[in-house]
Design a protein around this ligand. Sequence first.
Ligand code: PGA
Length: 268
Amino acid sequence: MRSTIIAGNWKMHGTCAEAEALLRDLLPQLPTDDRALVIVCPPYTALATVHRLIQNTRVLLGAQDVFWKERGAYTGCISPLMLLEIGCRYVIIGHSERRGRFGVPEPDFDAPVLAHFGDNNVTVNRKLRAALAHGLVPICCVGETLAERQAGQTDTIVADQVRAALQDVQPEQAARVIFAYEPVWAIGTGEVCQADEANRVCGLVRQTVQQQYGTDVAAAVHVQYGGSVKPDNARELLAQPEIDGALVGGASLKAADFAAIVAAAPVS
Ligand code: PGA
């Protein structure tokens, strides 16, 4: 039986002061039982503050990205060692806001969906392997754009992203990966993927893992849904058999909403 994992992706929100205020608001509102694992992923600069505040609570710490080298001349990058030292156990990898897309040569900073940090299937694989090698649990995002969905390419794109992310990953490592199926058109748009369709694609992620690693690894892998998860749609999404949790953006910045999403996890 897989646990439900609810992760809050704060994106570029949260000075240390704001992070502290959000945490102090959130902690007393979280359910006290263990119906779900709760992870928050603040910006790098707030990781230490959040780590201090979640001591002796049920909340776990994640980062929003990681570079694959341990150290070196990589201006602006953060290594797995740095994340571990500061108390992170999880890291989001390959979020669509960090992946580049062919046919989008210049970043469009006004586009509703930003994709201008140039991550691709190759860099996602490097980051994922580096995270696993250091004992971090990757939350690996996959998902199609609206154009890809309209062109009927959803399944191909998602399966390709899963296979590429897992290239050269050993089975016992692969079993530790959390995938997040995040249709790009549903992120930050308020347009949620229908629960049965989200369930179908999360199932496809698992099937793709199964083709490569067999049933045991596929049964161990967690697959979250992400994209406009809110208190009013969380219960239906989290009740789906293939959906093992949620990666929550906007709603994770509101303590009451995030706590309500955690509370919507099925009690086993
Ligand atoms: P959203 O973001 O919940 O605001 O749609 C989800 C995500 O980007 O992980």
